[in-house]
Design a protein around this ligand. Structure first.
Ligand SMILES: NC(=O)NC1=NC(=O)NC1=O
Length: 172
């Protein structure tokens, strides 16, 4: 879509189109609509980032809790959103060996046990090896650090999902 079409959307249409650029967080799109008109996809992304950044720590954690585990139960049962399904496949998470699945599951459980929210990383920018090493490394961080790091990954996921919808060449 050209950015001009984005800028002329009703908030209902805007929410239905952009409601999942942050996984299960249509509130973000509902809020970001007010920042229109957007000069291009970068300024649209900036609005999403600013909304996430101004949330209190509890809100940031809430965004992370709405993310499905990587190669988790939902992924195994085909219950992921279309976006998450494609992203997790692109990282090769649908071709894990049983050993890798078990390892991922154990680490995800440890991570959730420690932080109270899931490990989030931009799967389209990482292959399964990088995801596993990232999970092991970030397990040693503080909750504060991981809430911020997780939201930074959400911003990367958001940008790629926006680029799938908005023509990156279109300018106001
Ligand atoms: N826990 C996660 O990081 N989930 C995901 N990251 C992505 O890029 N797509 C997901 O579903």
């Amino acid at each position: 879509k050209p950015i001009s079409a984005v800028n002329s959307m009703s908030y209902e249409d805007f929410i239905s189109i952009f409601g999942n650029v942050i996984e299960h967080c249509s509130l973000c799109a509902a809020a970001v609509w007010r920042d229109r008109p957007f000069s291009d996809v970068n300024s649209l992304h900036k609005s999403f980032c600013q909304f996430a950044d101004q949330l209190p720590i509890g809100g940031k954690e809430g965004i992370l809790r709405l993310h499905p585990d990587l190669a988790g139960r939902l992924a195994m049962s085909g219950g992921l959103t279309n976006e998450s399904t494609k992203e997790q496949q692109s990282a090769g998470l649908n071709t894990l060996t049983d050993q890798e699945k078990q390892n991922m599951h154990d680490l995800n459980q440890q991570y959730k046990q420690k932080f109270g929210f899931p490990f989030v990383i931009c799967a389209r920018e990482n292959k399964k090896e990088a995801i596993l090493t990232g999970l092991e490394r970030r397990l040693n961080n503080s909750g504060e650090t991981e809430a911020v790091t997780g939201v930074e990954e959400v911003k990367k996921i958001c940008r790629l999902r926006l680029l799938d919808i908005v023509d990156s060449s279109s300018k106001l």
